[in-house]
Design a protein around this ligand. Structure first.
Ligand code: CA
Ligand code: CA
Length: 276
């Protein structure tokens, strides 16, 4: 890896950031379409009243696409921008803040050699890099979301083709805040399955929202709940088996009492999924 944490000339806050957001486009099928545009994929409020936004840029950095992070203050003025990655494509999709005020960004990198690897970058509040780590096997491994947990760790969700039941599988990983792996799990079946979001539930478990192609005639939204130790609590699919009616899990958040609410979209309809 090279050029990690490069500072770039900050795009002026306000107008340019809005332009970046307007140019942001989703790939609901979970696979990145190459777009000649910069875009944010996630943004969170920070404890200092600002925002940290993470995505990727073709405009700055070490080559091809780089993971892109922007930190603003409460007024939206840019405090810093950084790119992370190497000469090959590097993408950012998720970000969380730890109880120490560290921002951890998750995505994937092809700059480490070979196929896509899960890519985590931890930076201090001023944008200085604490550590970067990659995870995965010989196949495609990508992160889409990262969450700081109540037991002081990180849980990451995405997809893996290196491990699991065939084609892509939901990929869940738990790490220490230093990035050391505590456990990894895969969920899914013989067809393609992937996760787009992860949260901690009120009962201290983790919920991942995504899509499964393995358990129905068409793709369905897919929720998986695991304990903090990675044990499966339940998994469920949501959707129709009618041709061309596919559901894609997009987001997930915790509800009081331990449940989750997930959002899903599809080519023919959208719906929200209550899940207990
Ligand atoms: Ca790059
Ligand atoms: Ca699979």
């Amino acid at each position: 890896m090279s050029h990690e944490g490069d500072s770039v000339d900050a795009p002026a806050a306000g107008g340019d950031l809005r332009q970046l957001l307007l140019r942001h486009r989703h790939g609901l099928d979970g696979h990145v379409r190459r777009l000649d545009a910069d875009g944010f994929r996630a943004a969170i409020p920070t404890r200092d009243g600002g925002v940290v936004a993470v995505g990727y840029t073709y405009s700055f950095g070490a080559g091809d696409v780089d993971l892109f992070a922007v930190k603003t203050d409460a007024l939206g003025d840019t405090l810093w921008t950084r790119t992370f990655g190497g000469p090959e494509p590097d993408y950012g999709y998720g970000v969380c803040e730890t109880n120490e005020g560290v921002y951890v960004m998750a995505g994937y990198t092809m700059s480490a050699g070979g196929r896509e690897d899960v890519y985590l970058v931890a930076v201090e509040a001023d944008g200085d890099t604490l550590w970067t780590r990659t995870y995965g096997g010989a196949g495609l491994d990508e992160a889409r979301s990262v969450c700081f947990t109540s037991d002081g760790c990180l849980v990451v969700a995405g997809q893996t083709e290196s491990f699991g039941a065939g084609l892509a599988d939901v990929y869940l990983l738990k790490m220490t805040v230093e990035g050391d792996t505590l456990w990894t799990r895969t969920f899914g079946g013989a067809d393609s399955d992937w996760a787009n979001a992860v949260c901690e539930t009120a009962d201290g478990c983790y919920g991942a929202s995504g899509t499964t192609g393995s358990f129905n005639a068409t793709r369905d939204a897919y929720l998986v709940k695991v304990t903090s130790a990675g044990g499966l609590v339940w998994q469920n699919r949501y959707g129709s088996s009618t041709l061309y009616r596919e559901e894609y899990g997009v987001g997930v958040c915790a509800l009081a009492g331990g449940g989750m609410a997930a959002t899903a979209g599809g080519p023919t309809r959208t719906s929200s999924i209550p899940a207990s």
